[in-house]
Design a protein around this ligand. Sequence first.
Ligand SMILES: [Zn+2]
Length: 334
Amino acid sequence: MTDKRPDRFAFQQLIDKVALRLSGWKRGLISRAGRIVLASSVLSMIPIFFMSIFKLPSWVITQIDRIRRNFIWKGGMTNGSGLHLLSWDRVCLPKQCGGLGLLNIKLHNISLLLRWLWRLPPPSRNISLLHAIPRRHELVPAPWSLEDDSWFQAAQNIPLSPGIDKLVWRWTTNGKFSVASTYKQLILAGKHSFQFVNFWKLKVPPTVKLFLVLLCHGRILTQEQLLRRNINVDPQCHLCGQLVLETSNHLFVHCVFSSSLWSMLQLPGLEDLQSLFELLNALPTNVRNSTLIATAISGLWLERNSRIFRDQRRNMQAVHDWMVHEATLFMKSC
Ligand SMILES: [Zn+2]
């Protein structure tokens, strides 16, 4: 370990390594859900060694995030046409909070560096020593320079029992520092009340889970969403044929085609899309029903796309039978 900060060339090598890793994949053949897994498991892990020792400059994080962002939404093409359907902040939120679970490099960097602070000898009761340590060792970021310094606020509230110099980390039950607990606190700062359906627990393929997350965030490219992006559309629902603006609520709930399908699946009288999500939330242990609902929602979108882009359509009974069949397969294989 060294206290010498890497030069710009060393950091550029790190970025190049991340970019090079991308070129090894046949990106056009990987689904978006697959690209998210790769971006999480490989791209995010490469800089761990650096991040454990050095504070990454913001320009390095910006470039690595740009590579990851393009890989997920555009398949790695710098000039591709893939729309960025979720904000990067949301992409980096934990899955149980409605995000895609990618590592937030900046916050993970801070979490890893704080481990060194924890490993140093316990400070005296003068908490100002905690301020001095980072600067003296130049290993951790100066906490007062952070926009969100909630982590340091917690450190300042560390309880020191009378007569016993024992440092207690308040974010773990055993009082010992852990990178995971620190990262979790940082990434969830201010978002504790955020309730979200954890689609990632459903027994359906990753592509279906990702579709549900995007749908829940209102980011599926229905005609309504295309219009918001200033893309011209001819208002029409391709499931029922009515000349109405295709919204998520119409397409998945209010449409005659969809509502008939939900009746066939013993779910009549749904109010809106939110009521479907609430059903999914209420059925975490009912694998068959939750899998069937998730499969049916994504199946309606597939049927809609099949009609628009391949000019192929199935009748209600065929769509219903196909969904039940798919859901049965998912329950066995996922
Ligand atoms: Zn319709």
